[in-house]
Design a protein around this ligand. Structure first.
Ligand code: HEC
Ligand code: HEC
Length: 388
């Protein structure tokens, strides 16, 4: 019998050695991730093959999306009164030209670039050196959910909400207004804090510079994706296409967001329980529950306990936030809520409120931030929000 023991002993030694070797290989840098090979240089971004969502159904959605059923849900949009386009109808010739343009202009995952005359890419901190580093970081931290091309269809994307598809150039949580692009700082904030109560994690432990490079790479994927989306849309409709002009126009939009007016300073009434705060909450409550088309309560039914589901620009379903809960995806700081009310969330068709005075928006902020906390609500408001 003793030979068996020897055999086992040898096996144990072999396993231990293998483990030790792995441990040593992993040791340098951050858990071995630096030693992972980069993307192969001949790897290219795959041409977009999934349907383009062009028009959304007018009706509210009935059920929230099923994890892993994104393609089926998008294909159903046509049967619900919306419109999608099938890109496989585009001629191989036109498609080939577009794919060549995309490769010449945006490079590959291992060698990303924005090859364009003019300084826009440099001003947006999207130089080739930035993008190459950003691509490495993205591969390490974001790929499994957002996927190589940024379509939100990575190997771990069977979640609800689905990871963001960047390819329409649309984002939810911006402080720049006009329904346009977010500021780079908005993307950095999302990457740093994550989106609460969704699978989007916080990357606050990465260095500041790394988070900024990641934000830049998200912008790059969004620009590339939006150019492809808009060109495919034109080609599918049999229209002429000028992708070069499009790149410039889209970069100009990203630049515009950087020079947007900063948010106004917060008025000094933020002390829950004090008369000034109670008055603000009452005014905010009145605005929230006003009997008007598109008032807050028309979507955030029963303050969000009974939300009216909405189709979003990706052809999937968004759920108006439950404002009786203590978390909001993009944070509950007064300025976060201010930006949400003022600028809305165009991607889910939550309206912006450009005509409201700053004071009215702050009143809504006071109300929204106090909703989960019974003791902060004036009695008559509490009786409606938290009925016994
Ligand atoms: C575990 C999956 C997961 C990982 C990993 C992940 N994300 Fe996300 N991300 C999500 C989900 C889910 C959403 C959409 C949440 C929503 O819309 O409610 C999202 C949304 C976003 C958004 C959109 C914000 C907006 O305003 O619309 C950005 C930008 C983003 N992620 C960047 C990143 C970056 C950069 C990384 C890597 C550093 C990363 N994510 C890693 C799941 C993930
Ligand atoms: C047309 C429907 C609609 C209207 C009207 C609407 N919302 Fe929303 N709202 C939404 C949807 C949908 C979401 C969820 C977005 C998501 O998480 O994808 C949302 C999310 C929010 C959020 C959470 C943001 C976060 O970070 O998670 C706040 C706060 C909010 N709405 C406040 C308001 C207020 C205040 C009003 C009125 C001024 C209002 N909403 C009007 C649809 C609407």
């Amino acid at each position: 019998m003793s030979w068996m023991h020897v055999g086992r002993g040898r096996f144990r030694v072999a396993v231990t050695t293998a483990l030790l070797a792995t441990a040593l290989a992993v040791l340098p840098g951050c858990g071995g991730c630096n030693s992972k090979p980069d993307y192969p240089p001949n790897l290219t971004f795959p041409p977009r093959a999934d349907r383009l969502v062009l028009r959304l159904p007018d009706k509210p959605a009935i059920v929230i999306n099923d994890p892993g059923k994104r393609e089926q849900e998008i294909a159903a949009i046509d049967t619900l009164g919306g419109t999608t386009a099938d890109v496989s109808t585009i001629s191989a010739d036109a498609r080939g030209q577009l794919d060549k343009f995309l490769k010449d202009t945006f490079g590959t995952p291992a060698a990303p670039t924005i090859a364009l005359e003019g300084e826009a890419a440099t001003r947006l901190k999207l130089s080739t050196a930035h993008l190459v580093e950003g691509s490495r970081l993205f591969r390490r931290h974001c790929l499994q959910c957002h996927n190589m091309v940024g379509d939100g269809r990575g190997t771990s994307s069977n979640t609800v909400p689905f990871p963001r598809d960047y390819r329409q150039g649309q984002f939810k949580f911006a402080t720049s207004g006009d329904g346009g692009k977010p500021r780079r700082a908005d993307l950095v904030r999302t990457i740093t804090d994550g989106l609460k109560s969704t699978p989007m994690p916080s990357f606050g432990l990465l260095q500041e510079g790394e988070r900024d490079l990641l934000a830049g790479y998200v912008v790059y994927l969004a620009v590339r994706g939006e150019v492809e989306f808009a060109s495919l849309r034109a080609l599918a409709a049999g229209q002429p296409d000028d992708p070069g002009a499009r790149v410039k126009a889209i970069l100009a939009e990203w630049e515009k967001a950087e020079s947007a007016t900063p948010l106004p300073a917060e008025p000094p009434d933020e002390e829950p329980g004090k008369p000034a705060h109670q008055d603000a909450v009452k005014r905010g409550f009145a605005l929230f529950t006003a009997k008007a088309d598109n008032s807050c309560i028309s979507c955030h039914g029963e303050f969000g306990r009974k939300p009216v589901l909405r189709y979003d620009v990706w052809g999937t379903v968004a759920k108006p936030a439950d404002l009786t809960q203590t978390t909001l995806k993009s944070g509950t700081r007064p300025e976060d809520v201010f930006a949400r009310v003022r600028f809305g969330i165009p991607a889910v068709r939550m309206p912006a409120h450009p005509k409201m005075s700053d004071r009215e928006v702050w009143d809504l902020v006071r109300f929204v931030r106090s909703t989960p906390f019974m003791v902060q609500l004036p009695e008559e408001v509490r009786a409606v929000v938290w009925p016994k």
